[in-house]
Design a binder for this molecule. Structure first.
Ligand code: AMP
Ligand code: MG
Length: 432
């Protein structure tokens, strides 16, 4: 792991840093400044690079397309032969198909039957689509076509050499997550292997004596551990390599052993639970021995308590996110604090979350002075995006998250929302 700035130096630069009253924006800024990308790069076959992060700018070795070509099935001609106010009749000198060439040079009064993607014959600068001409005697050489005035302008329906990508210029920038279009674009350059940042290793565990894992009997007073599954899902979707360390009991020695093992094996450690007042004290002391970890109370709902920093053991270190225990809080804290940091560590240059505006179907109580993330259902009604909340918004009610398809973002300074007001929403799903 690359050495990085220390937390106290970053926070000492902030005039208004108060760990007990941190705004969402401040916490995000500190986290962003603290983490650095992993340096290791691997070369992968193009298909295996899907969803991975490009580690270097990819320069185009060729022009794409490599030659001027036709955008339509039709007839290639010299634009100079067109008449603005009268029909012209041209002799069809040859036919070129995609993959073919036309050896000759077109003479005045001639055209070439051409298919989409076929190279433009020398001398031609214009294509008239076949449905816009009157063809005589089919398309055989020797036949003629007649083009009415005004149906095409010189230069129409010609795709220029290099109009997609130019040789010697960057086709893709480092830090880009490779999507299906990028695989196709790289293939269009004839490139078989790409350098990508190695996968981020993330260890995660749940803390709490009350937690039972799936398969264990549910003893009185206990609940099943759900956070490890939501965390698994969110981390998997980011494309991390995962180390699931299970449930760790609320005993200092057990938690310390888990933290040590986690940071010896991972770039980042994510835990849930045990950071709220009452539980945090012994964790705080123990983490102070392992590294530099701040315990924050963030002006956010849900997800107020959070621990953040770096811990080390046996010469290996990892970034630590101690997320709150409540099932909705852990997801909110993951999406709005951990996600961006993990992407940054993965080498992603920028991954802004695209907020949309929607009309709130109901009023929402909200006090200025903290950021709230409510769970909503976004729908398009008569061309207007509207959002309604998914019932009870308690931070333990995971159903509110499961039923939602978006998060309603109520900003720090924002007050109550009236029905009919526009609010910011963050949709959960795009095209997968
Ligand atoms: P804590 O932050 O440890 O005080 O936990 C806050 C609340 O979240 C408590 O009601 C815990 O029982 C619950 N909780 C903590 N961890 C988990 C988990 N892994 N799965 C489900 N609920 C949890
Ligand atoms: Mg607990």
């Amino acid at each position: 792991m690359t050495p990085t700035a220390d937390l106290s130096r970053i926070t000492s630069c902030l005039s208004d840093y108060d760990p007990n009253a941190l705004s969402v924006a401040q916490a995000q800024r500190i986290i962003r400044e603290f983490v650095t990308p992993v340096a290791a790069v691997e070369k992968l076959a193009l298909r295996s690079a899907l969803d991975r992060v490009l580690a270097a700018d990819l320069m185009s070795p060729i022009d794409v397309p490599p030659h001027d070509n036709s955008a339509m099935d039709g007839y290639a001609l010299r634009g100079a032969d067109l008449q603005p106010d009268q029909a012209v009749t041209l002799r069809v000198a040859a036919t070129v198909l995609a993959g073919d060439g036309f050896a000759g040079t077109l003479q005045a009064g001639e055209c070439v039957r051409i298919m989409t993607g076929a190279p433009m014959p020398a001398g031609c600068d214009t294509v008239v689509p076949q449905e816009l001409v009157q063809a005589d005697h089919g398309a055989a050489a020797g036949a003629t076509v007649t083009i009415a005035p005004g149906v095409v302008k010189p230069g129409d329906h010609r795709r220029r050499r290099g109009e997609d990508l130019q040789a010697g210029k960057p086709a893709l920038r480092r830090g880009k997550i490779l999507r299906p279009a990028d695989l196709g674009l790289i293939a269009s350059l004839g490139i078989a292997e790409v350098p990508v940042v190695r996968r981020l290793r993330v260890a995660f565990f749940s803390t709490g004596d009350e937690l039972r894992s799936i398969g264990e009997p549910l003893d009185p007073g206990c609940i099943y551990d759900s956070n490890r599954y939501t965390l698994y899902g969110m981390l998997k979707r980011l494309g991390c390599d995962l180390i699931d360390m299970g449930v760790v009991k609320d005993r200092p020695e057990a938690i310390e052993a888990a933290f040590r093992s986690a940071c010896e094996n991972a770039d980042a450690v994510i835990t849930s639970g045990g950071v709220s007042v009452g539980e945090a004290d012994y964790t705080r002391q123990m983490l102070a021995r392992l590294g530099e970890v701040a315990f924050w109370k963030i002006a956010i709902r849900p997800g107020r308590p959070m621990a953040f920093g770096r811990i080390a053991s046996n010469g290996k270190s990892a970034v630590l996110f101690g997320l709150p225990g409540n099932p909705v809080a852990v997801m909110v804290a993951f999406y709005f604090f951990a996600r961006d940091a993990l992407l940054r560590m993965m080498g992603v240059e920028s991954a802004p979350l695209p907020l949309m505006r929607a009309i709130s179907a109901s009023s929402v109580r909200k006090k200025p002075g903290r950021t709230e993330y409510q769970r909503g259902i976004l729908a398009a009604e008569n061309g207007q995006l509207t959002v309604r909340l998914t019932g009870s918004q308690g931070s333990g009610i995971l159903r509110s998250m499961s039923e939602a398809n978006c998060m309603v973002v109520l900003h720090h300074d924002q007050g109550a929302v009236n029905a009919g007001d526009a609010v910011d929403v963050l949709p959960f799903e795009g095209l997968l």
